[in-house]
Unconditional design. Structure first.
Length: 383
């Protein structure tokens, strides 16, 4: 039986809001990637150190803690530059990785569809292309001949840059073909006058569980981050509207989602951009739900879906403490723009995809929206 690698988690408080003091999310990411967190350490800095991201004193402290706990890898909750990663590995004498690589690793493990695998491969190639300075450090043992300018191993590095560049180009071309296929499928749905609904939300908010409950499907669900990567679409009958809607379950968002993944998953996230309605699923039992809503809004803005009408679905009603239970299962919520700061009032409904509570109310709201879309009216439900 393969033993789990032991990871030491590191977080640096740079004065930004909502710093994860307990590194809970990084710990969940590590566990999802197959690592076992054995220790956590945080520190405060006004700005990252150019060479080590943290100071040399804190690096020494991390090295001692790793020795004491048996950790075999160090994970940072922030993104590291290639030089910082290389310097830390030399100083700590063990592998050092950051949040970005951890997310990429999880995506690589979970992708199932041809498109999903292509998207992960593109993001991984783009990440690796910036890390050649670290990956090929062993070439420094080579020595150049007399009169040769340039660093040792330079030719090998340039060769690999070209190889990775060619691989990125080929992967983009293959993704372009997949994107055209998706556009054809969307045009077919448009010709059928289909009402398109996409589930979006922070990872582990329960989107796939809600998807299964609404369409009686068997999409993979688990209490872990990024349980679903590939977009799944099913038909949902809207009883009172007398029509069908296409319901899509999309990949979950997360804080500091690597931009390479946002770009690489453009084809998948296109389902959200082209939707008539977004069901923004929120883990209502999570004390940080406001920050998670803000992070989702930020990604929606980055992919051009910020103006798509939304219904906020506060899920996991069964897990909310009794003292915090809502007085009504339906109300309105002030949704703030992630960049401009403006707010708009949207419908909110409380449900439990696990027990079924509130799902009939959600179906009624979808039927109303579907009827209005068919009639060409405003998607907003009348007050």
């Amino acid at each position: 039986m393969k033993t789990q690698a032991l990871a030491l988690l590191v977080g640096v408080d740079l004065g930004l809001p909502n710093f994860d003091t307990d590194l809970l999310e990084l710990g969940l990411l590590a566990q999802t990637a197959g690592l076992e967190p054995v220790a956590r350490i945080t520190c405060k800095r006004r700005a990252p150190d150019a060479a080590l991201f943290i100071g040399s004193g804190k690096a020494d402290e991390i090295k001692m803690l790793a020795l004491d706990t048996g950790a075999t890898e160090v994970l940072f909750d922030q993104s590291l530059s290639p030089a910082q990663q290389r310097n830390l590995e030399r100083h700590l004498e063990m592998p050092v990785n950051d949040r970005t690589l951890l997310i990429l690793e999880i995506f690589a493990q979970r992708a199932r569809s041809h498109e999903g695998k292509l998207q992960v491969e593109l993001a991984r190639l783009q990440y690796v292309s910036t890390r050649l300075v670290r990956r090929w450090s062993h070439l420094e043992r080579q020595t150049g001949g007399a009169g040769v300018r340039g660093g040792p191993g330079e030719k090998q590095i340039e060769l690999d840059k070209r190889m990775i560049g060619d691989a990125i180009k080929r992967t983009k071309e293959r993704l372009t073909k997949v994107k055209k296929q998706r556009q054809t499928q969307r045009k077919q749905r448009e010709r059928r006058n289909s009402f398109s609904v996409s589930l979006v939300g922070y990872t582990n908010a329960g989107k796939s569980t809600l998807f299964n409950a609404l369409v009686k499907a068997t999409a993979y669900t688990a209490d872990q981050l990024f349980a679903t990567l590939d977009t799944t679409t099913r038909q949902l009958y809207l009883g009172e509207a007398g029509r069908f809607a296409s319901l899509s379950d999309t990949v979950g968002f997360i804080r500091d989602l690597p931009h390479g993944l946002i770009d690489a998953f453009a084809a998948t996230l296109k389902e959200a951009v082209d939707a008539d309605l977004l069901l923004h699923v929120v883990d209502g039992s999570n004390p940080d739900y406001l920050e998670q809503i803000e992070q989702v809004q930020r990604v929606l803005s980055e992919i051009g879906a910020e103006n798509v009408p939304q219904i906020l679905v506060f899920n996991k009603l069964d897990a909310i403490e009794k003292s915090s239970l809502p007085l009504h299962l339906q109300d309105r919520f002030e949704l703030r723009d992630a960049f401009e700061g403006a707010s708009r009032s949207v419908e909110r409904v409380f449900v439990s995809a696990k027990t079924g509570e509130g799902l009939n109310l959600l179906r009624e709201l979808l039927a109303i929206r579907g009827s209005h879309a068919q009639a060409g009216d405003s998607p907003q439900t009348p007050q």
